[in-house]
Write a protein that binds this ligand. Structure first.
Ligand code: HSE
Length: 432
């Protein structure tokens, strides 16, 4: 192999760290040939031991900062996660002139503006392909392959754990907790799966995608956020009966009024491509001004899939050690904030489930309250009452309405007093 080896320090030996080391050791000839130089893991930073795991000739340190200070390391691969130690580690490594590769979406979403500026100033690369949608090459697609497009919308399923849980619940009727345990065992979920469930992980990823797509600074607090914990088996069943699937989507859309950023469970017509993406698979749909619609799909979580993206960034560092241009496509100083559209103003179609007293006039009153607010009903289904209940469930699908308007209508319906406590409100996206 020509030239000197690229010396790699891997910090964090969880699911992704171990899978990364495995690829670099077991596929050494292939990845080195593609990198144009030998890729050598010289140092592993790990707080805990994996006695049965082969790190090749690498030195092992308990203190990950030793890896950042090691003159025998050219690229530091951060796979610890979180925004504490990982943040200090990357700053120290940049100071030491090392290239960085990370899978850490929380860190990029929260501190990316600072870290990209530091990396640019130090003349080092900061690769973060693995931070969004696991094994899907979405960062390079947006930054490089679609650089000639004005991007209007990026929308997709960007949390593998959430999609796995919703798929198993709806297709097999499995219980939420049971599927979550399996997602943890399979290495899909975060160490603390709260972020997978409450939408935070998807919101971090959406902030990164929106920054790349629209040339705006990262804004961790930008996305409106609702998690899969708000979806009940009842709603999965009713959605299926109506010809829809419930998916947790991240949507970043640009219009003349600004940018809307939101992550939430969403009903999608079952014939749409995103509705058919199941299990741990993720899919991201990008609307570009020249190319039109591009959809990328693949495994969104898991050790080997995520390590595929980590290793691609390492190879990229080896191929272009003089830099490949700014991490976000534009220099950090040239990213320009755009107004964020408040949640209440974001319009969509809606799925509304209520339980009502089965009495003459109740339904017409509800439809009047909607009509008074300009909300048009697309379909309305009254279900049979559950045994022992006097109220009957009704499911409404509406045409477009702003969130503030539908919420006002629902409040008015509830105030009317003929409705029970059972209630669900979910957005519908047809992508027409
Ligand atoms: N916990 C994340 C997910 C891992 O399930 O999508 C990949 O970012």
């Amino acid at each position: 192999m020509s030239g000197e080896a690229l010396r790699i320090g891997v910090c964090g030996v969880g699911t992704v760290g171990l899978a990364t080391i495995d690829i670099l050791l077991l596929q050494s000839a292939m990845v080195s040939a593609r990198a144009g130089k030998d890729l050598k893991v010289t140092h592993v930073g790990a707080r805990r031991d994996h006695a049965d795991h082969d790190y090749g000739d690498a030195r092992v340190s308990r203190d990950v900062m030793d890896v950042a200070r090691d003159p025998e390391v050219d690229v530091l691969v951060e796979l610890i996660g979180g925004t504490g130690v990982a943040h200090d580690l990357i700053k120290l490594a940049i100071e030491q002139g090392k290239h960085i590769v990370t899978a850490n979406k929380a860190l990029i979403a929260e501190h990316g503006n600072e870290l990209f500026a530091l990396a640019e100033a130090a003349g080092v690369q900061l690769g973060f392909e693995a931070s969004v949608a696991g094994g899907i090459p979405i960062i390079k697609a947006l930054r490089e392959s679609m650089a000639a497009n004005e991007v209007k919308q990026v929308a997709g399923i960007i949390n593998g754990t959430g999609n796995f849980i919703l798929t198993e619940m709806s297709s097999k009727g499995r219980a939420f907790g049971d599927v979550l345990c399996e997602a943890q065992a399979l290495g899909y979920a975060e160490a603390d799966p709260t972020f997978d469930i409450d939408g935070t992980d998807a919101a971090h990823k959406l902030s990164i995608l929106a920054s790349l797509a629209f040339g705006i600074p990262l804004n961790i607090d930008g996305p409106v956020k609702q998690g899969i914990d708000t979806v009940t088996p009842t709603d999965l069943d009713y959605a299926a009966e109506l010809g829809y699937r419930v998916k947790h989507l991240g949507i970043a859309r640009q219009s003349k009024n600004g940018v809307e950023l939101r992550v939430h469970p969403t009903l999608i017509p079952e014939h749409k491509q995103l509705a058919t993406v199941d299990g741990v698979m993720n899919a991201v749909m990008i609307s570009g001004s020249a190319v039109g619609e591009v959809v990328l799909a693949g495994p969104g979580a898991g050790g080997p899939a995520t390590a595929s993206s980590v290793c691609a960034d390492i190879i990229e560092v080896a191929r272009h050690s003089n830099g490949t241009g700014p991490a976000m496509g534009l220099p950090a100083a040239e990213l320009n904030a755009k107004p964020l559209i408040p949640s209440g103003e974001i319009a969509s179609e809606w799925y509304v489930r209520l339980s009502i007293v089965d009495r003459p006039g109740v339904m017409s009153h509800i439809t009047k309250l909607l009509a008074d607010r300009g909300i048009s009903i697309e379909s309305l289904v009254q279900k049979a009452p559950e045994s022992g209940r006097s109220e009957v469930p009704i499911v409404l699908l509406t045409h477009m309405a702003a969130e503030s308007v539908i919420i006002d209508a629902v409040e008015a319906i509830k105030a009317f007093g003929e409705v029970g406590t059972e209630f669900a409100l979910l957005r519908v996206e047809t992508f027409e």
